[in-house]
Design a protein around this ligand. Structure first.
Ligand SMILES: [Zn+2]
Ligand SMILES: [Zn+2]
Length: 345
């Protein structure tokens, strides 16, 4: 089969690789139909994080179940499914408390299960991991495009909002105008936030933030951004969503948080090797909550809203490529031509 393989910084190629096969009775093999390139893929693509040359890439698969092991109960061949960026069993202590990313039987995509940017993946713990899309929508291309972000960015944006404690009537600030930040705006609006201030520095992305429900946008960085948010919110918001992971965005997030407020963070931390300055939290009793998003925990409730037409994150896909051209998708995201790239397999 064909799959994207990482060879080194800015070198992702589509190659012939062995097909994954059922291994354990709890496995399923899924023929991937849709997948995506993620902002987090850019860390290894740019050489900012380590990844073995020769490893398969991609972690946001949607497709059709091709085969299932004897113990799989929740899906059968022919079902349209999506899978979160983490594999989880659904039954351990942490899965039961909605923390699927800490699953004791958990795993990631890549390695011998195949990366999600390829024709097939082997999904371990299929019952715990796969999310079945109702038959009625299984071939509805618009619905599928809107559901694909539930594999990662929409669930992650939602986790930022939940972690920041966003509720009906709240004022919140979303730091970051990438796909996760934009989905964070959608999530905050969905949870009933009355005022949503989106902070970023790309005009086109902030325009999309407004379409998604941001009531105010701040196109600035650092001190200037902080000053503008303080003006708009009369001294900061009680709920701040940090959707980037860079040291500078965390600094902005805590600086725009109102004393006693909460920062919900979901960006993979980068550049914080010097540590986090706890005094910025200490002085104003700011709470830090969040971490890697257990998107599996949110899949059903978000899917229900997508399918009833009240939630649509698909505009984050500003470019579509086919699998053979996945390298062009990476390039477009690396050069910030595209917010997020959908890959048709
Ligand atoms: Zn992702
Ligand atoms: Zn588990």
């Amino acid at each position: 089969m064909r799959a994207a393989v990482f060879h080194g910084p800015r070198d992702v190629r589509v190659e012939d690789v062995p097909e994954p096969e059922l291994d354990a009775p709890t496995d399923a093999v899924v023929r991937v139909t849709h997948t995506a390139v993620c902002g987090s893929d850019l860390w290894f693509y740019r050489g900012d994080s380590d990844r073995d040359a020769g490893s398969k890439v991609g972690h946001e698969p949607m497709g059709i179940v091709e085969a299932v092991g004897d113990d799989v109960r929740s899906v059968e061949p022919g079902d349209r499914v999506l899978a979160p960026f983490k594999i989880s069993c659904g039954s351990c202590e942490f899965c039961r408390k909605g923390l699927h990313t800490s699953c004791v039987n958990g795993d990631g995509w890549g390695g011998d299960n195949g990366g999600a940017q390829g024709e097939k993946v082997r999904c371990p713990h299929a019952d715990g991991t796969l999310v079945r899309i109702p038959d009625r929508y299984a071939d509805d291309e618009d619905a599928l495009r809107s559901l694909l972000p539930l594999t990662d960015v929409m669930g992650t944006g939602h986790h930022a909002a939940v972690s920041a404690g966003v509720e009906e009537g709240d004022t919140c600030v979303v730091v970051g105008d990438g796909a996760v930040g934009l989905c964070g705006v959608l999530a905050a609006r969905r949870l009933g936030a009355e005022r949503i201030v989106a902070v970023g520095h790309h005009e086109d992305r902030l325009e999309l933030a407004e379409e998604f429900g941001a009531t105010d946008v701040v196109a600035a960085r650092g001190e200037e951004a902080v000053e503008q948010v303080h003006q708009v919110t009369n001294g900061g918001a009680n709920h701040v969503m940090e959707c980037v992971g860079a040291a500078s965005s965390m600094e902005t997030a805590v600086a725009v948080c109102r004393p006693g407020g909460t920062v919900g963070y979901v960006g993979v931390p980068h550049g914080l090797d010097g540590g986090l300055d706890l005094f910025s939290f200490f002085g104003d009793n700011v709470t830090l909550r969040g971490g890697v998003a257990p998107v599996r925990a949110y899949a059903e409730e978000l899917m229900a809203d997508v399918l009833q037409g009240t939630l649509d994150p698909s505009p984050v896909f500003t470019k579509t490529v086919d699998l053979e051209n996945v390298a062009e998708g990476y390039r477009a995201m690396d050069e910030r031509e595209a917010i997020k790239v959908l890959v048709e397999v």
